[in-house]
Design a protein around this ligand. Structure first.
Ligand SMILES: Nc1ncnc2c1ncn2[C@@H]1O[C@H](COP(=O)(O)OP(=O)(O)OP(=O)(O)O)[C@@H](O)[C@H]1O
Ligand SMILES: [Mg+2]
Length: 239
């Protein structure tokens, strides 16, 4: 396995860090059978990839063996996000038969944290993800990790997240307040649930506690980020 140096250039934020810890605890409390977790949202830019990275870092920091899979093979940006300069092999190359599993997984500068990059943009991402190869891979890889966190494209735009959801034990739905209506969030969550994936909860991300009195009174303890507990119904109360 190749080792790769990664850099998280985000500025540490106390409240964000505390909220991620709460999210991690809630993931652990979701049950032993929840190992592979996909993260999606209705729209682009709601903060999915950021949350994938934060959860995986947090889990690995407490000694859990964690793997990030960049399942957004339409717009894979983990290598750029993490300041990786060398060329890396990614999921799209594996799914299209151009790489083997042994070339795919990178250990990182963080102890216990491994990563699979998305690879070059494939012409038919949902087709590749629907292949038996991906199903078999997901079934096999879970035996080597405590948690696998899978980044996906927004479910409101493309079907890939629903395809990935088929092979995951649970899902986390990211919501940027003011961007997504309650009705649309419910529709997207239902679509993921139809794939047989249990939605563990919703994360309300990018909450500006200074600007928004509603959130500042309710969620002041969570800084710019708020994590709902467990059920998709709970998203209703946050809209
Ligand atoms: N809690 C937060 N507070 C402020 N900014 C945030 C927060 N989370 C993410 N961002 C910013 O929002 C932008 C989008 O984040 P990110 O790339 O994680 O979203 P995404 O949902 O993965 O987008 P895409 O659907 O395009 O892949 C980034 O510039 C990121 O730094
Ligand atoms: Mg992303």
């Amino acid at each position: 396995m190749r080792k790769i140096a990664i850099k998280d250039i985000r500025k540490p934020d106390y409240f964000y860090t505390e909220a991620i810890k709460t999210l991690r605890t809630n993931i652990q409390l979701s049950g032993k059978s929840i190992k592979t977790i996909m993260v999606s949202s209705c729209f682009p830019n709601e903060g999915k990839s950021d949350i994938v990275l934060s959860i995986a870092q947090e889990l690995s920091s407490i000694g859990k063996k964690a793997l990030i899979i960049d399942g957004d093979i339409r717009k894979s940006d983990f290598a750029i996000r993490l300041g990786v300069e060398e060329e890396v092999v990614g999921l799209s190359q594996f799914l299209s038969g151009q790489a083997e599993v042994k070339d795919l997984i990178y250990s990182t500068s963080y102890p216990n944290l491994h990563i699979i990059f998305g690879g070059p943009i494939a012409p038919n991402p949902s087709g590749l993800l629907s292949e038996d190869l991906f199903r078999t891979f997901m079934k096999e890889i879970r035996n080597y990790y405590d948690y696998i966190i899978v980044d996906t494209p927004p479910i409101g735009s493309v079907i890939d997240a629903a395809v990935i959801a088929r092979y995951c034990d649970g899902g986390i739905f990211v919501i940027e307040p003011g961007v997504v209506s309650y009705k649309l969030a419910q529709k997207c969550i239902k679509q993921l649930e139809k794939s047989g994936c249990r939605i563990l909860g919703a994360v309300m991300n990018k909450v500006d506690t200074k600007k928004d009195k509603y959130y500042s009174s309710y969620y002041k303890h969570y800084g710019g980020y708020y994590q709902k507990l467990a059920t998709s119904e709970q998203t209703e109360k946050t809209q």
